[in-house]
Design a protein around this ligand. Structure first.
Ligand SMILES: *Cc1c(COP(=O)(O)O)cnc(C)c1O
Length: 348
């Protein structure tokens, strides 16, 4: 934020076709390629609309006829719903599993895209990112809350996309997608076909603009700048491996605390699925998670609430790379303190 305040007077308000902004987009595209060790031929593409906007982009510009969706929470189900509503696509194949678990993709020759979610932010479940079928069947990965905090081998993916307000500690409104050559070939085919694609959702247009270090229409410059700053910081610390390690350390603190607690338990029962970036913890009925979150919020510790629709007595904690593991430790102590007071009140 301090860095933004410093450059603000010369950066904010600049046209996105001018050198200062193009230089920033260039820095982002090369920096993200380096950070994720993008294989040769993969391209970093940017556009407006966040990950939610990218679902519409993918529905129009990446899925040819039929997609397979692994649905295990709110975000993965929203993309599946968007595809279900598209009149020109076949009914998607949905493989669903209950919240707190993760489904397994099943190779199916009748689909042309597998849609995975590396970290289901609503439940705190992380899944492996691996190819399911041959290269022509694209692997589209919603990595919104995972990208930058979890390891990934991009050669297993064709579109690895995210918004920058989670692990990259920036602001919302932007999507970033790292596309494989196979994905770009699909985009060229679909965007040149007779399918009607609104210009702002046309991925070929976004690719063409990104190649010139631009976006199709004006982006929020502060979002770009904050993303670039965070990326530089992560690279200077040691890159993705460092960030992934740091998130694992924070997650270890939370899960070990919950396992040793007499009122908290990790929601995700299989340790292999427990997310290193978003931890979900169920509380005993004697401690209201809503009350804990409310007390924490009044004391400046915000957004520990569970995902509303899950309807559980649960806390959900963001463990993104910008979060200090020491603060996570402090948070567990704060929760213990609040829970003990609430139980005293409860008993009285
Ligand atoms: C936050 C999130 C989204 C939505 O991101 P927006 O930038 O609000 O569109 C989508 N998918 C996942 C996994 C998320 O965590």
């Amino acid at each position: 934020m301090r860095a933004l305040a410093e450059v603000g007077p010369t950066l904010l308000g600049t046209s996105h076709r001018q050198a200062p902004v193009k230089a920033l987009v260039h820095r982002l595209r090369t920096g993200l390629g380096e950070f994720f060790q993008a294989p040769a031929g993969y391209e970093v593409v940017l556009g407006n609309g966040g990950a939610t906007g990218f679902w519409d982009v993918a529905t129009l510009s990446l899925i040819e006829r039929r997609s397979q969706h692994l649905v295990f929470g709110e975000f993965s189900s929203k993309f599946a719903q968007a595809v279900h509503e598209a009149p020109y696509l076949d009914e998607p194949e949905i493989i669903e599993s209950p919240p707190g678990t993760c489904p397994t993709p099943i190779a199916n020759p009748s689909v042309d895209a597998y849609c995975l979610t590396q970290n289901e932010t609503s439940t705190g479940v992380a899944m492996p990112v691996e190819r399911v079928g041959p290269q022509e069947q694209l692997v589209l990965v919603d990595a919104t809350s995972a990208a930058g905090g979890m390891r990934v081998d991009l050669s297993q993916t064709d579109a690895y996309y995210f918004s920058p307000q989670k692990c990259f500690a920036s602001d919302g409104g932007l999507w970033v997608a790292i596309l494989s050559p196979t994905a770009i070939a699909r985009v060229e085919q679909l965007c040149r076909s007779d399918r009607w694609i609104p210009p702002s959702l046309n991925l070929l247009t976004a690719v063409a603009n990104s190649r010139q270090d631009q976006t199709y229409n004006t982006p929020a410059l502060a979002t770009l700048f904050l993303l670039a700053q965070q990326l530089d910081w992560l690279l200077a610390q040691g890159g993705l491996e460092w960030a992934a390690h740091r998130c694992e350390e924070s997650a270890g603190i939370v899960y070990d605390w919950a396992l040793g607690s007499d009122f908290a338990t990790p929601f995700v029962s299989d340790p292999a699925w427990r997310s290193p970036v978003v931890a979900t913890v169920d509380l005993d009925p004697s401690v209201s998670a809503q009350d804990v979150s409310a007390v924490l919020r009044r004391n400046g510790i915000v957004d520990t609430d569970a995902y509303r629709k899950l309807g559980r007595n649960q806390l959900r904690l963001g463990l993104f790379p910008a979060v200090e593991p020491a603060d996570v430790r402090q948070l567990t102590l704060a929760i213990d303190w609040v829970a003990a007071r609430l139980r005293e009140q409860h008993a009285a």
